[in-house]
Write a protein that binds this ligand. Structure first.
Ligand code: A8S
Length: 205
């Protein structure tokens, strides 16, 4: 991880404390927490992280994604066809070369004020059954947005039969780290581009 500004270090600890990890890993499960500093303002980072319908905008292992038609009676505010909200389900297609091709995932949280989101894996032809992820964003410098964003991502997952918790965590950690590094790169490129265009961060809200 890059060296964080000193002011952000306290904020990082605070961000991890405030991050809602949901239920702790139970027997037969494992989990981890990852922290990534991004040199871009929270609204810009959130503009990507909130896109449950477009994970491929920073997740390099995702080839394509589509939302399934929403059924009536779901939680959250009523949304029209193709609109995402809590309860939305996506079908993710992965790039080739992985031990999996598809994953079906439900949006659990999308808090636009607190910048918190999360999803649960419902199915797919892979070994990360009941994978549950939570991500929250925090201003790295408190009231000084120029210090960027701290992204905290945690997960809990079932340990598959025939694997150890260590093996399962090593696999999931590799993917989460790739995703977080890619998120940082994409956001920092967008921030640099908008700075050189003379526009400000509010363009991305
Ligand atoms: C995420 C995190 C993870 C995604 C994993 C860990 C996954 O999409 C990939 C390979 C698998 O075997 C499991 O935030 C699964 O997406 C890349 C299909 C779930």
């Amino acid at each position: 991880m890059p060296r964080l500004p000193t002011a952000a270090e306290g904020a990082q600890d605070e961000a991890v404390r405030r991050h809602d990890r949901g239920a702790p890993a139970g027997p037969g499960q494992c989990g981890a927490v990852h922290v990534q500093h991004v040199s871009a303002p929270v609204p810009l980072v959130w503009s990507l992280v909130r896109r449950f319908d477009r994970p491929q905008c920073y997740k390099g292992f995702v080839r394509a994604c589509g939302l399934l038609p929403r059924t009536c009676g779901g939680a959250g505010p009523a949304t029209g066809a193709g609109e995402m909200g809590v309860g939305s389900v996506r079908e993710v297609r992965l790039v080739s070369g992985l031990p999996a091709r598809t994953s079906t995932e439900r949006l659990d949280a999308l808090d636009e004020e607190r910048h918190v989101t999360g999803f649960t894996v419902l199915g797919g032809d892979h070994r990360l059954a009941n994978y549950r992820s939570a991500t929250s964003l925090h201003a790295a410098g408190g009231d000084s947005p120029s210090l960027g964003t701290i992204v905290v991502e945690s997960y809990v997952v079932d340990v598959p039969r025939g694997s150890t918790a260590e093996e399962t965590r090593a696999f999931a950690d590799t993917i989460v780290r790739c995703n977080l590094r890619s998120l940082a790169t994409v956001c920092q490129t967008m921030a640099a581009r908008s700075a050189s265009n003379g526009s400000n961060a509010s363009t991305h809200m």
